[in-house]
Design a protein around this ligand. Structure first.
Ligand code: ZN
Length: 242
């Protein structure tokens, strides 16, 4: 029954992937450890006060041509039409979704989870002509139903393996940077915020990205990390692999 309804939504969205019989989506936390690349990701959770858009951060990413992946919540999209268009216009940015109202998904029944997950996907499709194929659950919280719904909608389920902690006002930029430098490695997916909640996000991302490039790590979108990782010849996992 639930799968049938999910398929109906799927037909509406034109899903890329048909649901598997068991309905389980693969929860992705990182790329391959043989991949000398890192994906910097930025959540756009809805905010009650403030602009909800970290313009200095996004300008810096654009100026330095740093590939980035943004996860937009439906409520955020509703209040940021110009900003959505600006993000979609940058060829080295990728956009995914982050739930409609930033709800705690495991607390909801299947129908409500489906509405929460599919809401911003439909908005991006209908209003912006954009097909967002990546999904990140609000708070990183999910259960079996969340995985089933995401799978039925043809979405890739993206978490992270490194948390920046950028919304924490007690965390100094030096401390955040030190911690990130110690934990980010090949294939990492790092989570930040670009909704203005991170006081030091721009400075930290600027320093970290330079540091990673100096170490020979490429900065890529999540999809490139997962699908098009260019492993350098001396680190190729399989000899002669093209
Ligand atoms: Zn969020």
């Amino acid at each position: 029954m639930m799968l049938k309804r999910a398929l109906a939504v799927c037909a509406l969205l034109g899903c890329a992937v048909l649901p598997a019989a068991d309905g389980a989506a693969q929860v992705i936390r990182s790329g391959s450890s043989s991949c000398k690349a890192v994906a910097l990701t930025f959540d756009m959770c809805p905010v009650r006060v403030g602009a909800g858009y970290d313009a200095p951060l996004i300008d810096m990413l654009m100026d330095r041509r740093i590939p980035a992946t943004f996860f937009l919540s439906g409520r955020w999209i509703a209040r940021h039409e110009a900003e959505v268009k600006a993000l979609l216009a940058v060829p080295f940015f990728e956009v995914g979704t982050h739930g409609q109202a930033h709800a705690h998904l495991p607390a909801q029944d299947a129908d409500r989870q489906r509405a929460e997950i599919s809401g911003p996907v439909l908005t991006l499709r209908k209003r912006y002509g954009y097909r967002g194929l990546l999904f990140r659950p609000p708070f990183g919280e999910y259960d079996d139903t969340t995985e089933e719904v995401a799978r039925a909608l043809g979405l890739r389920f993206i978490l992270w393996n490194v948390v920046s902690g950028d919304p924490d006002p007690r965390l100094s930029p030096d401390r955040m940077l030190e911690d990130l430098r110690a934990r980010v490695r090949n294939g990492s997916i790092v989570v930040f915020h670009a909704n203005g909640k991170g006081l030091h996000t721009r400075a930290v991302v600027e320093d970290l990205s330079q540091d990673l490039l100096n170490k020979g790590l490429q900065l890529v979108t999540v999809t490139d990390l997962l699908d098009r990782c260019n492993v350098s010849a001396d680190h190729a996992p399989v000899a002669g692999n093209h």
